[in-house]
Design a protein around this ligand. Structure first.
Ligand code: SAH
Length: 398
């Protein structure tokens, strides 16, 4: 049937990783004599075959990217078309509906949901999407149709401002795909409601990857705790803590706009918090010098390591941040230390925490090592899909 679809042929042996379940084809794996990449249009759909012409998958191509093809389907009879995309979306939705009572979650997490290069976050009847690849960009109309058919939301907004687009030579772009999209999004997490900015917000507006960890926090928290939420964004962690018995909470963030939302969100939930607009490193140092102490410190910084070459500097930054946090903890405290840098391994983060402990004369016990929420499933063949680390630690004195 799909014989008219162009072919992308791999070199001998390069089918192994693909057969093991990995969906990416790197440009040096292509048999350029048989199927010259340069002759394939950006965003084209191809049949990927082995050196012996065995069908491996239907993929989309970007000849200018290092990852030159990403496989979307492995059924030879089912082409890469709107039906396949709608099917993937329905399967993704079925998981989220099982995981959550309320329609607030990451609906599609790229490769992990069989839709490489696509993220869709759900805010009730508003969907916010991000496209990271040229191939997915070429399928945008099909995705929009699938979203309409499967979800029929009030509106879909493309917030295509991820740094990953550079690698695919895609410009940033933000626009309403269809429907009515408000300036502010509403999020329901447990019994709490939040508002968060869309266009000026971080990522799609919310960090659903930490939802499960915020629920975990409530298990370790104790009544009357004084909480410091570092890199708080719109206050999700601090407000969760306050709603579960914390006596006070202070949010530190370099964005005044994010902190204004944190205060608003607290008030809307009948709670109150303090904010500090500052660089986290400077602010924590100053709080320590003022003799401030907290029972709980949450560290949820942005990714300090974006590229492999940033690893040594990044490791030092994580260690420094954890050291500053330990200095602010009371005699017995709880440290929640997170990293969303894929290039910082779980072992590296625990080593940073332990290094900080030695430096400050503290004794740390890891109570739980957690990752991202299950609406960000891990693809077992793709290590990059496992990126978030969260350690829940008891901290006492040596
Ligand atoms: N904890 C948040 C997500 C944090 S995102 C949540 O669960 O929703 C990272 C936040 O760190 C952003 O709000 C950003 O404004 C802030 N940030 C980035 N660099 C910072 C710095 N050096 N000091 C303080 N805040 C910083």
């Amino acid at each position: 049937m799909s014989n008219e679809v162009p072919v992308l042929k791999l070199k001998r042996g390069e089918d192994r990783r693909i057969r093991a379940g990995h969906p990416w084809v790197f440009s040096n794996e292509v048999d350029n004599d048989a199927t010259p990449l340069a002759k394939i249009a950006p965003g084209a759909i191809v049949r990927v075959v082995s050196d012996r012409d065995q069908f491996l998958g239907h993929a989309y191509v970007n000849p200018h990217a290092l990852i030159c093809a990403r496989i979307v389907g492995r059924d030879a009879e089912q082409g890469l078309d709107r039906a396949l995309i709608a099917h993937r979306l329905s399967v993704a939705l079925a998981l989220r509906e099982r995981l959550s009572r309320e329609p607030y979650y990451r609906l599609v997490f790229g490769e992990s949901d069989g839709l490489p290069g696509l993220v869709l976050d759900r805010y009730g009847d508003i969907i916010v999407g991000q496209i990271a690849t040229r191939g997915m960009e070429a399928l945008r109309t099909e995705v929009e149709e699938a979203v309409r058919t499967v979800l029929a939301p009030k509106g879909l907004f493309w917030k295509n401002d991820t740094g990953a687009r550079d690698l695919e030579q895609l410009e940033p772009d933000a626009h309403v795909a269809f429907g009515d999209v408000p300036e502010e999004l509403t999020v329901v997490e447990g019994a709490l409601r939040f508002v968060t900015p869309l266009r000026t917000g971080q990522k799609t507006g919310w960090f659903y990857d930490q939802t499960a960890n915020r629920a975990r926090l409530t298990r370790y928290l104790w009544a009357g705790a004084r909480v410091l939420d570092v890199c708080s964004y719109v206050g999700a962690w601090a407000i969760t803590a306050l709603a579960h018995g914390a006596r006070s909470a202070r949010c530190i963030d370099s964005s005044g706009a994010a902190l204004a939302y944190a205060s608003r969100n607290a008030a809307a939930n009948g709670l109150e918090l303090e904010t500090l607009e500052a660089n986290a490193f400077d602010a924590m140092k100053a709080l320590h010098e003022q003799g401030e102490q907290y029972d709980v410190v949450i560290l949820d910084p942005p990714a300090f390591i974006k590229r492999k070459k940033d690893i040594p500097q990044g490791q030092a930054a994580y260690r420094k941040l954890n050291q500053l946090a330990l200095n602010l903890l009371a005699r017995e405290g709880l440290l929640v230390s997170c990293s969303c840098s894929y290039h910082l391994s779980a072992e590296d983060l625990s080593a940073a925490i332990q290094g900080a402990a030695r430096h400050t004369g503290r004794f740390v016990q890891i109570l739980e090592a957690a990752g991202q929420s299950p609406d960000h499933p891990v693809h077992p063949a793709i290590p990059e899909t496992r990126y978030l680390k969260a350690y829940f630690c008891r901290v006492t004195r040596e």
